[in-house]
Design a protein around this ligand. Structure first.
Ligand SMILES: C[C@H](O)[C@H](O)[C@H]1CNc2nc(N)[nH]c(=O)c2N1
Ligand SMILES: N[C@@H](Cc1ccccc1)C(=O)O
Ligand SMILES: [Fe+2]
Length: 252
């Protein structure tokens, strides 16, 4: 891997990290294989067609943990997105700034065998398996970039403005459901990477409401447990429409 000797651009607040693929152990590869097999057995009929199509497009397999040096050229070619390595959660402003540049922050560490079903914070299985497939979809890829740009642009206006974008992101890209003609499906990455919450979100316990912008903007969420409430889109093109609606309100 080449490292640059020049100073990072002034705007780059994050240290430049790389995946360091040689650090993965046989145990990590085994965990990936188990996670991949379990999700791919569960997701047909539960994940949105666009996600399952994306898994094929990006070419993830059970055999090996994805190598970002292979994922990134493919992703750039498909939609202009790339993964950038981060140590863990990045703050919301930084997160949206990256999305605006078609950079998706990804961790590189993998959960342990005891945590296959659910994890309280994003790991590499979530960031990569959960998010990357939809980033191969041009319309979704554009929506996410525009959400990042809009959040960045409006963040300084009013305390609390950023939270509106955070809620829109949370209840769509992370925990969104969509009503396909052939049934209720998941497109949110926070669900798609969790065996436990896939089943929970489609089951009888949680509340599911039709997606509305007001519903989302008025709902607080918790990050580290199964969600109590999910919003169900009628179709994926509702996403850019919701963003436009939010932007129209912010200029009023
Ligand atoms: C924007 C929203 O708060 C969202 O949860 C962000 C926050 N920071 C993050 N940081 C990382 N590394 N990965 C993520 O998925 C997120 N999600
Ligand atoms: N619960 C997710 C990880 C995650 C945590 C918090 C926010 C988003 C995703 C999983 O198990 O894969
Ligand atoms: Fe995520």
């Amino acid at each position: 891997m080449m490292t640059s000797l020049t100073a990072p651009a002034a705007s780059a607040a994050l240290p430049l990290l790389t995946q360091d693929y040689s650090r993965y152990t046989a145990a990590d590869q085994h965990v990936w294989q188990l996670l991949f097999d379990r999700q791919m057995a569960l997701l047909p009929g539960r994940a949105a067609d666009a996600f399952l199509e994306g898994v094929k497009q990006i070419g993830f397999t059970r055999e090996t943990i994805p190598d970002f040096r292979e994922v990134n050229p493919r992703l750039r070619e498909l939609t202009g997105w790339e993964l950038v390595v981060v140590p863990g959660l990045v703050d919301d402003a930084e997160f949206f700034g990256l999305l605006a540049e078609r950079k998706f922050p990804a961790t590189t560490w993998l959960r342990k065998l005891e945590q296959l079903d659910y994890l309280e914070e994003p790991d590499m299985f979530h960031d990569v398996f959960g998010h990357v497939p939809l980033l191969t979809n041009p319309r979704f890829a554009q929506f996410l970039q525009q959400l990042g740009e809009a959040a960045q642009h409006h963040a300084h206006r009013w305390p609390g403005t950023l939270e509106l974008f955070t809620r829109l992101y949370w209840f769509t890209a992370e925990f969104g459901l969509v009503q396909q003609p052939d049934g209720l499906r998941i497109y949110g990455a926070g669900l798609l990477s969790s065996h436990g919450e896939v089943k929970f979100s489609l089951g009888e316990q949680p509340t599911r409401l039709p997606f509305t912008l007001d519903g989302v903007l008025n709902t607080a969420f918790e990050k580290d447990k199964f969600q109590e409430l999910y919003f169900v889109l009628s179709n994926l093109p509702q996403l850019p429409q919701a963003l436009e609606q939010l932007l129209a309100r912010l200029v009023e």
